[in-house]
Ligand binder design. Structure first.
Ligand code: PLP
Ligand code: COI
Length: 344
């Protein structure tokens, strides 16, 4: 096992043993190569560099209480990558190939899989697909390279379950009304960086975007979905410009399983004042509770409307959901949903 202080892990890059690559060229995928070097050779003219022909996924591997290694719903990530690739017009791996490579990446990097006892730690897998043939014209790439990268990670911000302050960016969007918002393409993240940087300078951990067409409804955060709790109800936005989060989809099922009402519907900004709990959800953030949510006429403005949730700790319903989902992922709760893929 690697000599790592698992309790100190953050969401950042650690060099692991290997990365895997395979390239789709002339109608077939090349034999998978395992590299100990993170640097690979690609044409400087490739579509990924010039036209952001890139999409990716994020999922985690966990060491369970019983010692078994678990992946959480990898087929869903595989299908979402296929959807993103179709949007970009490039070839994606099959679901089977995707899941097999995830498993192989974990096995080759088993030294970096945190032990069961390491709370909040996991091996984060980053399947990435890029257009790699040399090109100048704006068109989808004929050749695509699929890479399976991984890194041991801890909490995305602060400690797991530390509540964060976030801000609405009314004068910036991460996605257009009928654009790429629902696809996991790198370009969406590039588009969010300017407003995220401004928010960080102002002391906020994340940016909450509104629906880009009317700015009247909540969309999602820069790297996670939005959810709220009102009484016994789990509420999350329905919007065509947000990423279909696998965590959020799972939380909806878990919430219903725990006896909560579930509503996926447009969420007007005015409703923020009525929520008991608000949080971010996603693979990287898991559930990150929001303490202070600030709305401003524009991000750089001093005028603000402040919504406060809880006392800086995770609210009771969010905590129940967090414990259930992480319990499933670490084998503390029996998986009656069929979501866990074991690596034996
Ligand atoms: N929304 C955005 C913009 C994201 O980057 C992510 C992270 O993947 C999510 C939502 C959450 O999706 P998932 O739960 O599938 O990780
Ligand atoms: C994930 O949660 O897996 C993500 O991809 C978010 C990431 C962009 C940090």
């Amino acid at each position: 096992m690697a000599n790592i202080d698992w309790s100190k892990l953050t969401f950042s890059y650690t060099k692991t043993n290997t990365i895997l690559t395979t390239t789709f060229r002339n109608g077939e995928w090349s034999p998978v190569e395992s590299h100990t070097d993170d640097y690979i050779k690609v044409s400087t003219y490739c579509g990924a560099f010039h036209y952001a022909i890139e999409c990716f996924e994020g999922l985690k591997a966990f060491r369970g209480k019983d010692g078994r290694i678990r992946l959480f719903r990898p087929e869903e990530n595989a299908k979402r990558l296929q959807r993103s690739a179709k949007f970009l017009g490039i070839e994606a791996p099959s679901v089977e190939m995707f899941v097999d490579l995830c498993k192989r990446a974990v096995m080759e990097n088993i030294d970096f899989l945190p032990p069961y006892e390491a709370t909040g730690a996991s091996l984060y897998l980053r399947p990435t697909l890029i257009g790699t043939n040399p090109q100048l014209g704006v068109q989808s790439s004929k050749e695509s390279t699929f890479m399976l990268l991984c890194s041991p990670v801890g909490a995305y911000v602060g400690g797991a379950l530390d509540a964060v302050d976030v801000v609405i960016a009314r004068n910036y969007d991460r996605a257009a009304p009928n654009g790429s918002g629902s696809f996991k393409v790198g370009g969406n993240y590039a588009c969010s960086l300017y407003s995220l940087n401004v928010a960080h300078e102002l002391g906020y951990k994340a940016v909450l975007y509104l629906d880009p067409a009317t700015k009247t409804h909540i969309d999602e955060f820069n790297s996670s979905n939005f959810f709220a709790i009102k009484g016994n109800t789990y509420i999350t936005p329905k919007s065509d410009s947000i990423l279909p989060s696998i965590t959020n989809m799972s939380l909806e099922t878990v919430a219903a399983h725990l006896g909560m009402e579930v509503e996926r519907r447009p969420v007007p900004v005015e409703e923020l004042s009525t929520f008991d709990e608000v949080g971010e959800c996603g693979t990287a953030v898991v559930i990150t509770p929001v303490h202070k949510l600030v709305d401003k006429p524009f991000l750089e403005s001093d005028e603000e409307t402040v919504y406060l949730y809880g006392d800086g700790k995770c609210g009771p319903k969010s905590l129940e959901l967090y414990n259930f989902i992480t319990g499933l992922q670490k084998g503390e709760i029996e998986d009656t949903f069929g979501w866990i893929e074991y690596i034996d």
